[in-house]
Structure formats: structure tokens, C-alpha cells
Design a protein around this ligand. Structure first.
Ligand SMILES: [Zn+2]
Length: 285
């Protein structure tokens, strides 16, 4: 069985909510691709059906969806449409109402949190956010964080350095934190963060197109090999970052990553941990 620990769901509604705060001049500068607009035509019902079809076909037990806007009713409706969908809320943990927002999101059906450090442009390690982390630790609410590069508008790479979470994972040792896309360019920093920390996971999702922007010649295979050494097979969580419309489930990413693990001669039971058990354990799903 497989758990895909990172996916998205877009409709016209959730897309509008996501770009709602982006300044007009940025939207003009970055034209939304025709193809993406095509995908937005599908509603929640279409998304539910397409996802369940793909998951049945590929042996995916559960998929974790990252909200792209705070307190989205449409996103909650989608998450609650199947018990095989897991919802992670989008929250800015430094806002004064972050704890209340989290409580409301839990009520709406979310069971984890996605922090968009780079595009959210907040200081993820700020003291203002600590009550939020305290609640997450107490209630065992897992956190996935997108540091590093992102296609999202209005992002700030200065806020996207994984080292910014260093104090938090030390201060809250029971908090479960997964760094998405191998740190999306901050691979070195993500590895450094793991030093003697049991509560940190590295997550594999996406095309990993941050690799050409590194000052070295790492391939995705090298990244897996190094992650296996530093995080261990029990510290790596699989994901694809699929948005199902218009192109369907990203089977090529599932294949690429399992091929790499097989090439590296990772034992079958470790591969099962990476593509299934680790997410189940870390995210309590
Ligand atoms: Zn994503």
C-alpha cells in the first residue's frame, strides 16, 4: 500500500482564494498557464471521483492534501468527501488568532497543518508562533513545511530557510515536522537540522526541479542516497505533489522514486516504510 503525503486540490474557488492576496502587477507578470486554467473547471465532486479512481488503480490507501488558502469551505468539503483524504490546513502561525484558527480547522475536518514559510513571508521561528506549536505538540498535529523555492507569487526566500525552524523542533521535541520537497533548494540546511533530532522528517514530493539551481551536481538519486544516510529509511516520507486536473495522477513521480529506491538496493521493508508506514506513523493517519 501507498500513502501519498503531499497533494493539492484546485477548483476555480480555491484557486481564487489562493491568489486573492497577490498584487495585480504580479498576476500580470506571471501569466497563469492556459492548461492550469483548464484544470480549474472541475468542481469538488469531479476531484473526489478522479482522486478515488487514481488511488484505487494505484494502490494508494490515503492521500494528504495541502490547503492552499486558510479556512477554505470548498477544501473542507473535499476533504470530508472521503475518509481516504487527509487535510492539512494552511495557517500563518505567527498571527494572534493562529491557535483559534487551528481549532476551527480541526473542527472543519483538518488533521494537520501546512506552513508555507517562503510564500507566507512570516518568521516561522518567531516567539509569537510558539503557542501554536505548543498546541500542535499537545494535540499531536503534524506539520509539513514548504521552505525553499516555490512558484507561488509574493514569496520571500529569506523566510524560506529551514534553519528558521531549528529552535522550534528543539523546544517542542514531540512535534512532528516534515520538510517538503527535500527542502526545495535548502537540502544542506535540511540535513543539518536533522542532527540528533528524532521529530524531523524529510518529504520527497514534486518534480524536485530545484536541483539545477544548486551549486553542485546532485541528482535525485544522490539526494535519496544522502537522505537515507542522514534521515534513515524511517525518516523519509513519500509524496508526489499531484494536482489531479488536467494531467492526472503523477504516476511518473511514483515510478521515478520507487525506481531510485530499488536501484539503491533499499530493502523492501524500508521502501514500504518510505511510501507508507512513515506517513502513517508521523501523521497519525
Ligand atoms: Zn505542494
Amino acid at each position: 500500500m501507498i500513502i501519498d503525503a503531499h497533494a493539492h486540490m484546485f477548483t476555480t474557488g480555491t484557486f481564487k482564494e489562493m491568489i486573492g492576496n497577490a498584487p495585480e502587477r504580479m498576476l500580470k507578470a506571471r501569466k497563469i498557464p492556459e492548461k492550469m486554467m483548464e484544470g480549474l473547471k472541475h468542481d469538488v465532486k469531479d476531484n473526489t471521483a478522479a482522486w478515488l479512481e487514481a488511488m484505487d488503480r494505484l494502490g494508494i490507501e490515503k492521500t494528504v492534501f495541502m490547503a492552499t488558502s486558510p479556512q477554505s469551505e470548498e477544501f473542507a468539503k473535499f476533504i470530508n468527501s472521503s475518509n481516504r483524504f487527509v487535510g492539512f490546513a494552511k495557517i500563518n502561525p505567527t498571527l494572534p488568532d493562529a491557535v483559534d484558527t487551528l481549532k476551527a480547522e480541526l473542527k472543519a475536518g483538518m488533521t494537520g497543518v501546512k506552513l508555507y514559510a517562503t510564500s507566507g513571508r512570516f518568521d516561522i521561528g518567531a516567539q509569537e508562533a510558539w503557542p501554536f506549536y505548543e498546541l500542535c505538540e499537545k494535540e499531536r498535529i503534524p506539520i509539513t513545511i514548504h521552505f525553499g523555492v516555490t512558484i507561488e507569487l509574493a514569496s520571500n526566500l529569506n523566510a524560506g530557510n529551514p534553519l528558521n525552524i531549528s529552535r522550534v523542533i528543539t523546544e517542542f521535541p514531540e512535534l512532528k515536522v516534515a520538510i517538503a520537497h527535500f527542502g526545495a533548494g535548502f537540502f544542506r540546511e535540511t540535513l543539518m537540522l536533522k542532527y540528533k533530532r528524532d521529530n524531523l522528517f524529510i518529504e520527497t514530493s514534486g518534480t524536485n526541479n530545484w536541483l539545477p539551481y544548486q551549486d553542485n551536481f546532485l541528482t535525485l538519486r544522490d539526494v535519496f542516497r544522502k537522505s537515507l544516510t542522514v534521515f534513515g529509511p524511517q525518516g523519509i516520507i513519500f509524496g508526489t505533489d499531484t494536482t489531479i486536473f488536467p494531467d492526472g495522477y503523477r504516476e511518473h513521480i511514483l515510478k521515478q522514486q520507487t525506481d531510485i529506491l530499488n536501484e539503491l538496493k533499499v530493502p523492501k521493508s524500508d521502501i514500504e516504510d518510505i511510501i507508507y508506514n512513515n506517513a502513517k506513523r508521523a501523521f497519525g493517519i
